[in-house]
Ligand binder design. Structure first.
Ligand SMILES: [Zn+2]
Length: 140
C-alpha cells in the first residue's frame, strides 16, 4: 500500500500551489475556522499515490464530502462521471460563479457531479462568499 503520510515540505508546496484556497469550493484558508487538509485525489484505498500530482488542498467540508469518492452521478442523467481533478483539469473549465459570486455554477457533467457530491454551495460557504464579496475579498 502506498505511503499515506504527507511531509511538511509537501504540505507547504501544496498550500502555495493552491494559493491558500480549497481547490474544490475555492474557500480561503485564511478566512476559515478550521485547518485545511491535504487530500488524495485518487484515494490511498484505491491505490492513489502520496505525491504532489495526486494531492490537493481541501477545506474540511469538501474533504469530508469527497471522502474516497472518485466519481459520482451527474444529477441530470444519472450517468457516473469522474469528479473534478484539480491536477489535470482547470476549475474555470468546469465551474463558474453566479451573478453575485455567492454560488458555484457547474458548466460540465464533471462540474455538476462534483458540485453535488462535495456540496459546493453549503450554507456556510455561501454566507462566507457574500461577506468576503462585500469587503472585496471574493472572488480573488
Ligand atoms: Zn472546499
Amino acid at each position: 500500500m502506498a505511503r499515506r503520510y504527507v511531509t511538511a515540505q509537501e504540505r507547504q508546496a501544496i498550500a502555495e500551489r493552491a494559493k491558500g484556497r480549497c481547490e474544490y469550493c475555492q474557500s480561503r484558508a485564511d478566512f476559515a475556522t478550521q485547518s485545511f487538509s491535504v487530500e488524495h485525489i485518487m484515494p490511498v484505498s484505491k491505490d492513489g499515490e502520496t505525491g504532489l500530482e495526486n494531492l490537493a488542498l481541501a477545506c474540511p467540508g469538501c474533504n469530508g464530502h469527497k471522502y474516497n469518492k472518485t466519481d459520482y452521478p451527474d444529477p441530470i442523467d444519472g450517468a457516473l462521471v469522474p469528479l473534478f481533478n484539480p491536477r489535470t483539469q482547470r476549475w474555470q473549465d468546469h465551474f463558474a460563479w453566479n451573478d453575485d459570486f455567492s454560488h458555484v455554477v457547474a458548466l460540465t457533467a464533471t462540474g455538476r457531479a462534483t458540485l453535488e457530491a462535495l456540496k459546493l454551495n453549503r450554507a456556510g460557504l455561501v454566507n462566507m462568499r457574500k461577506a468576503l464579496f462585500a469587503i472585496g475579498q471574493h472572488p480573488r
